[in-house]
Design a protein around this ligand. Structure first.
Ligand SMILES: C[S@@+](CC[C@H](N)C(=O)[O-])C[C@H]1O[C@@H](n2cnc3c(N)ncnc32)[C@H](O)[C@@H]1O
Length: 283
């Protein structure tokens, strides 16, 4: 029996249209993305990653949800051989163009595919020393256990997974629910585990931009689901850190730090980011 499609069923198409449009905005000169250091041969990662990731020289790296490849190519500039995957065609096209422009195409390959199709789109299993996922990735994915299984699928025995993301405790807040003191208020429930249909024409990298494809579906994955998903997929958790900073101005009240990240104006109320490393045990 047919039924009208629900918004949650449309998640992939809605989100892809949203990201295709955002990618074009992020590649325009008015966006916060600054490609000058990358073009000068000195790409930089976010401050948290710079402190935690360690050397990647000689590693085979898989970057899932790589956007237009700026971080992927930064890892290639540091000596890694990289594969980036994203489901947005303009993002992958731009990533391939940047790889050519930077002379990195021999060590940087970009694959257009949905995250859940990665095992069919990229040769594996156990092909990578490092799987790398950062900033604004898992909120677009409905099934976190399946995501974790894909991460584990691609890791060599002894290989590691590096993850840096906005903290789910921060994701559950929003400026639209702000109180009189300007602090963001409760927005979606932490333990809801349901899709959130959140039309929003704003973009984090360009305050002036207004998206025509504002419809999108997101999920708030509690931290325990992320960690238990990775453990359930056979990885060993090495460490997990909560941070009072993150790379973009998630809330208006946040203030810029000297290292480029954003933090609370007075004291660290909620964690804004989480990072972790997990290892696939050697056989
Ligand atoms: C906030 S960006 C990630 C930014 C990334 N850390 C970087 O290197 O710049 C989120 C990315 O996830 C991608 N994405 C969202 N849902 C996806 C899916 N189901 N499969 C593959 N990529 C997806 C989007 O196209 C977008 O490029």
């Amino acid at each position: 029996m047919s039924r009208p499609p629900s918004r949650a069923d449309d998640w992939r198409d809605l989100n892809r249209a949203n990201w295709d449009e955002r990618t074009r905005i992020h590649l325009s000169p008015s966006s916060d993305y600054d490609l000058a250091p990358l073009r000068a041969g000195r790409g930089r990662l976010n401050a948290i990653e710079e402190a935690e990731l360690g050397p990647v020289d000689g590693l085979n790296v898989l970057h899932l949800q790589c956007h237009f490849g700026a971080d992927t190519l930064t890892l290639a500039q540091r000596g890694a051989t990289v594969v980036g995957l994203d489901f947005s065609a303009p993002a992958i096209e731009a990533a391939r163009g940047l790889a050519d422009e930077l002379g990195l195409a021999d060590r940087a390959r970009f694959v257009l595919a949905d995250l859940y199709d990665a095992p069919a789109a990229i040769a594996g299993p156990a092909a990578f020393d490092l799987v790398y996922v950062t900033w604004g990735a898992v909120c677009w994915l409905p099934d976190i256990a399946r995501w974790a299984a894909i991460v584990a699928h691609f890791l060599k025995p002894g290989g590691r997974f590096y993850f840096a993301e906005a903290h789910p405790a921060a994701w559950m807040h929003d400026d639209d629910a702000a109180g009189p003191d300007g602090r963001p208020g409760w927005f979606v429930p932490y333990l809801g585990r349901t899709p959130h249909h959140l039309p929003d024409p704003r973009d984090y990298a360009d305050p002036e931009a207004r998206l025509a494809n504002a419809d999108k579906i997101e999920w708030l994955h509690p931290l325990s689901d992320i960690v238990n998903g990775l453990i359930g997929a056979g990885l060993r958790l090495d460490w997990l850190r909560e941070h009072a900073q993150l790379p973009w101005r998630m809330f208006r009240i946040l203030e810029r730090r000297d290292d480029g990240d954003w933090q609370w104006p007075d004291r660290p109320w909620l964690p804004l980011a989480v990072s972790l490393q997990a290892t696939r045990p050697a056989a």
